[in-house]
Design a protein around this ligand. Sequence first.
Ligand SMILES: [Mn+2]
Length: 410
Amino acid sequence: MNFRSIRILHTSDWHVGKTNGKISRREDVEYALNEIKKTVKSEKIDYLVVCGDIFDKPQVANQDAELVWNFFLEISSLKVHSILLSGNHDSQDFLKSVKPLLRLAKTYIYDRMVPSSEILQKSILLHDEKQKICFFVVPYPHPSHITKITHDIYTRAIRYSDGVANYLEEGVNKILEKYGKDTKIVILSHLSVTDAEPSGSEREISVLSQFSVDWGKLPKNVVYYGLGHIHKMQEVKNPDVKIYYSGSIFQIDFSEQNEEEKYCLLVEIPENSMKADVKPPIKLTLKRKLKTFEYDLDEKNELRINQILQELENHKNTLKKVVIKGNKAPKPELIDKINQIEGVVHLSIQKKPIVSNVAPPKDINQNSDILTLYEKYCLEYKRSKKDEFATIKNKLIEILEEIKKAEGNL
Ligand SMILES: [Mn+2]
C-alpha cells in the first residue's frame, strides 16, 4: 500500500494577549499568525501544532479569543488539522471549554495531563491506523501534577525529571503495545529539558534545573519531540532522538531582543522510515523588533539630547526600552519628550549610585545558616513575636530534616 509522508508545522509559545508596559502586542501576534498561515499553505502542511502557551494569561480578552479561534477556523478550511496543548501560561479550563466545539474545526485541544491509565483514551491522536503515525500529546506537566499522577506507583514524592520521563515511557509502551512496534510516535509537550538554553522571558521558576527533564532519560523510540516552553528555537542535542524547541513566534519581551529572528519548524514523517526529517527552520519575519537604547547623559549637553531624540524617532517599527544614566536627573521636559516617541515601552533613569552610609548589621555574615538569617528577618524586619517565631522555627527544622532524609534516600 502507498502512503505519503505527513508534514507537521511545529510552533509554540504564541503568548496571545501579551503586553509590554502599556503596549499591546496584538498586531505582532496577528502578523506572526499571518506568516504561519502563509507557510501552512505554501508548504502543504497536514498538521499545525502549538506546543503550549497559546495565550499569555489565564484570563483571555474577548478580542484575543476571537483572533485565535478564527485563525483555527481558517486553517481548517485549508483542510489542515491543528493540535493544541496547554502550557504553564494557559488556563486549562478555558481551553477545555472550547474543546468539543473546536473539534468541528479539525482542531484538537489537550487541556491537561491525564493519569497514565488514561493516556490511550485521552492523550493520543492517531493519524491513520494503517500508516501508524501517532501523536502523544502531553500538556505542561506541572510539578504538583507529577507527584499526583504518579502517586499510584510511588508512595513518596519523586524527582520531577524521573516523574516526567517515567510517565512518557509508560505512554510510549502503551502505544507500541496497542498499535505495534513499528508505530511512529511524535511526542508534543510543553516542558523544560536540561541543557536547553532559555531566552529569559519564560517564567523563571519553571525553567529551574529541578523542574527540567533530563533529556538522557526520555524514551528513545520516538520519531520526534516537538516542544514548547523555551522561547529560543533550538535542537537539544541528543544522539538517539530528535528533540526540538520551535521557540516563540515574536519577541515576547526585552530578554529576547538578541533573537532577531523567530521560526517555525517543518517536520516530515516519511512513509518508509522511522526517522523524522527536520527541514531547515522557516523564518518568521517580525512586525516590530525590541531594542534597548542606553545613553550616558551629561546635563550640559543640549546637542546630545537632540541626537538622542532623533535616534529614537528614527527607529520605526521598534519597541524601545530607554535607559538614561547620569549623575543628575534629566529635565522633566526631556522625559516627556522621550515618552511621547512612538514605541517607547520603558524609560528608566539610572542615577550614579550614592554610597550608602547605613552599615550592614555586624553579626550577619556569609556563614550564618538559613534559619539564623530567617530568624533575624522575622524578628527585626517583620517584627514577629519571639514565641510566634519559635513555632515557625520548629516547623522549619522538621521540614529541613525531612528534606535531608529524602535526599539521603534518593
Ligand atoms: Mn512561554
